[in-house]
Design a protein around this ligand. Structure first.
Ligand SMILES: Cc1cc2nc3c(=O)[nH]c(=O)nc-3n(C[C@H](O)[C@H](O)[C@H](O)COP(=O)(O)OP(=O)(O)OC[C@H]3O[C@@H](n4cnc5c(N)ncnc54)[C@H](O)[C@@H]3O)c2cc1C
Length: 398
């Protein structure tokens, strides 16, 4: 079995685990990130929902219950974490736009409005989409994107279809990574007789440098252009994930991707080591501190059994909202599904309550009382608590 030693090991490579990893690796700690697979972020729009249920997300934090993870982190930490995220994305060439004090509305693929806080630069021009003409460009054969949903809801829209020779969002994004393809697309667009207004495309403007593709199309057509998020797999979600992963590696972090934590060793109130099982031979990593960021039910950090919910790595106590009959709502799509409040309760240093493990921290959607769908705070909560747990861990390591 391979043996490795670190200052800190983060378990789970979603937005929360990556945020914590980037912070600690950036501070010079020997940092390893272990993740079984791709995170929920790859399914998301790539937009950062901070508190979609309130017009002003920062003011809304103070109205949340005291046990909500944002309240535990504190408003100042949430702001610092999101500002650090904006700086990081600028550094990685994937800039985000928006204001922490005001939510914005962007166009969805079914012609409705998604309320969110920070958007990739490729979606910036979406805001105010109801007040100008929008020409939607789709791609021949593209599955899971039907402009008729948009045109039937919004009178100020029209549609054209480009034949790119491929019909998946990832295939199209790969094509947009080629400058010659972008040139062909721009030449086609310039030949269309479009009414004045903006151009909208499904979110496929490349995986590598969407900002450059956007600028190229803008320069060639003289028009504002924006991306509309699509169904999973989501190109903007994958871009966000890759940007965070690359930022971690650029800070000298060690990545164990495709590795699940198979067992843990604890002694005298401390986690000593984890054993990883993956495609290669098993290996053991010991560290001075550990951060649990394995997500909720989607990520695999929580697992619902008959009558209880289990935390899958350390078998920590899980807070569940009453007996199993109370976990359900008759309307599946209602926000605020009670089981959403399940998770790990933490102290003010993001240490799980009741386990007595002094060098273990937790962050992200595995935390209790987050209620991500109800408050619409997915990535925002992952960034804020990833940062808060990393700072608490830094205090321990220093
Ligand atoms: C379809 C969908 C769309 C969404 N859209 C948005 C959106 O537009 N905006 C927004 O803000 N939020 C959105 N969200 C919510 C948001 O994606 C999540 O709240 C957030 O990304 C959670 O991050 P996380 O790091 O806590 O967990 P996760 O992303 O779930 O990451 C957990 C990671 O831990 C790993 N893991 C689990 N168990 C182990 C183990 N034993 N060993 C090693 N690794 C393990 C998993 O493989 C995974 O990589 C969406 C969620 C979904 C499902």
């Amino acid at each position: 079995m391979g043996e490795h030693g670190y200052d800190v090991v983060i378990i789970g490579g979603g937005v929360a685990g990556l945020t914590a990893s980037i912070y600690l690796a950036g501070k010079g700690f020997r940092t390893a990130l272990v993740s079984r697979g791709d995170p929920a972020c790859c399914l998301s729009t790539g937009c950062i929902d901070v508190l979609g249920a309130h017009e002003d997300p920062m003011k809304g934090i103070d109205r949340l219950p005291r046990n909500h993870p944002y309240r535990i982190a504190g408003r100042r930490t949430v702001i610092d974490a999101l500002e650090a995220f904006l700086g990081l994305m600028e550094e990685r060439g994937l800039p985000y736009r928006g204001s922490l004090g005001r939510n914005t509305g962007i166009l969805t693929p079914i012609g409705t409005t998604k309320t969110t806080c920070l958007v990739p630069i490729t979606m910036e021009a979406s805001s105010g989409f109801t007040t100008t003409h929008i020409h939607v460009v789709s791609f021949k054969g593209l599955r899971d994107f039907y402009p008729s949903y948009i045109t039937s809801r919004l009178a100020n829209t029209s549609v054209s279809v480009f034949d790119a020779g491929t019909s998946s969002t990832l295939g199209l994004a790969t094509k947009f990574d080629e400058p010659s393809f972008v040139d062909d697309f721009c030449a086609w667009l310039s030949g269309l007789e479009l009414p004045p207004g903006k151009i909208a495309v499904p979110a496929v403007l490349g995986l590598k440098d969407p900002k450059a593709v956007l600028q190229r199309i803008r320069a060639s057509t003289g028009r504002e252009i924006f991306e509309i998020p699509t169904l999973p797999p989501s190109v903007p979600g994958i871009r966000l994930f890759r940007a965070l992963k690359d930022a971690f590696l650029a800070r000298g972090g060690h990545l164990y991707w495709g590795n699940a934590v198979a067992s843990v060793e604890t002694r005298s109130g401390q986690v000593e080591a984890i054993t990883m099982a993956g495609p290669c031979r098993p290996s053991r990593a010991h560290a001075r501190a550990f951060i649990l960021a394995t997500g909720s039910f989607v990520g695999g950090g929580l697992f619902a059994q008959r009558g209880s919910v289990r935390e899958t790595v350390f078998d920590l106590d899980v807070k569940v909202p009453g007996p199993r009959r109370d976990w359900f709502l008759n309307d599946f799509f209602s926000p605020g599904h009670p089981v959403e409040a399940s998770g790990i309760e933490v102290d003010s240093s993001f240490r799980p309550l009741g386990c007595g493990l002094k060098n273990l921290f937790a962050c992200g959607s595995i935390l209790a009382h987050g209620e991500i769908m109800r408050h619409r705070c997915g990535h925002g909560l992952a960034i804020a608590t990833g940062s808060a747990a990393a700072r608490a861990c830094e205090r321990l390591l220093s």
